[in-house]
Ligand binder design. Sequence first.
Ligand SMILES: C[C@](O)(CO)[C@H](O)COP(=O)(O)OP(=O)(O)OC[C@H]1O[C@@H](n2ccc(N)nc2=O)[C@H](O)[C@@H]1O
Ligand SMILES: Nc1ncnc2c1ncn2[C@@H]1O[C@H](COP(=O)(O)OP(=O)(O)OP(=O)(O)O)[C@@H](O)[C@H]1O
Length: 295
Amino acid sequence: MQHTPSKNPLTLPSPAKLNLMLHILGRREDGYHELQTLFQFLDYGDEITFAVREDGVICLHTEFPGVPHEQNLIVKAARQLQQQSGCPLGIDIRIKKILPMGGGIGGGSSNAATTLLALNHLWQLNWSDDQLAALGLQLGADVPVFVRGHAAFAEGVGEILTPAEPEEPWYLVLVPQVSVSTAEIFSDPLLTRDSLPIKVRPVPKGNSRNDCEAVVKERYPEVRNALNLLGKYTEAKLTGTGSCIFGAFPNEADADKVLHLLTDTLTGFVAKGSNVSMLHRKLQELSKETGTRYS
Ligand SMILES: C[C@](O)(CO)[C@H](O)COP(=O)(O)OP(=O)(O)OC[C@H]1O[C@@H](n2ccc(N)nc2=O)[C@H](O)[C@@H]1O
Ligand SMILES: Nc1ncnc2c1ncn2[C@@H]1O[C@H](COP(=O)(O)OP(=O)(O)OP(=O)(O)O)[C@@H](O)[C@H]1O
């Protein structure tokens, strides 16, 4: 349905993800790694507010310590979409940032995907999810799964996605106070790069290891410590290339109890796992309310 661009700001969630397992199968000529990983979203994340500008300027109003605006994935996503679509409109962007950076929970990639979906709507571009996911992949390997918004088994460098339906427990996520560079972990000579591909779907139980864990534990004592502490209560795993550690619990109260036992020494949060991202649930709600297609 056609309508004039909204002058009202649009606020959308930008959720975190977990890698429930991550196997590294090999390294490609371009240095990127072939993976098999299972993505699930958390009902926990940032909130981004967008307001259309008529003058074509893309302006991020929130400062990110250590990240110049031109390198921010939000600005990069907006600029790429503006250039590739030829859209004359601009955007004012503000973000309430709660996701840790370099935590392996995909904050930057999620911010980029939320930006692509918001601008596709506000600028009335009518791009398909396939087009947005392809643009997203140029920004980062994890962007496409956030664009599509469904839990998925991922292959290739993370861009070949098959929707998945893992259980949706509550998670306790511990956030060690270190930022891990994904590139640094993938370039470590000691990284396991020869896992055998899993051919059975859905992935059989017993394949939940993360091949990055050994290298990250070796380099970051804070991560090792968090794994040991959470491991006293439940199976504790690394997400992505870290630094965050997570464990599953049958309900919120049990996860909260362990969080409180650990908060003397560590920070963390409790959130529900979700197979449909809260961004896409919000977009579906808006579509129903307004009769306009949001995604
Ligand atoms: C490890 C994961 O977090 C799993 O979800 C992701 O695959 C990483 O995704 P991302 O943060 O979006 O990563 P990118 O920004 O695309 O890549 C950062 C760096 O990680 C390395 N990298 C990333 C993904 C991949 N499949 N192989 C790699 O070797 C590359 O050196 C790259 O320069
Ligand atoms: N909008 C953004 N939010 C967070 N980080 C950003 C953003 N834009 C650029 N970055 C840069 O990207 C780096 C990685 O950020 P991100 O939060 O995505 O890490 P991550 O959770 O480890 O992600 P992944 O699991 O996808 O590797 C940051 O250290 C920062 O320099």
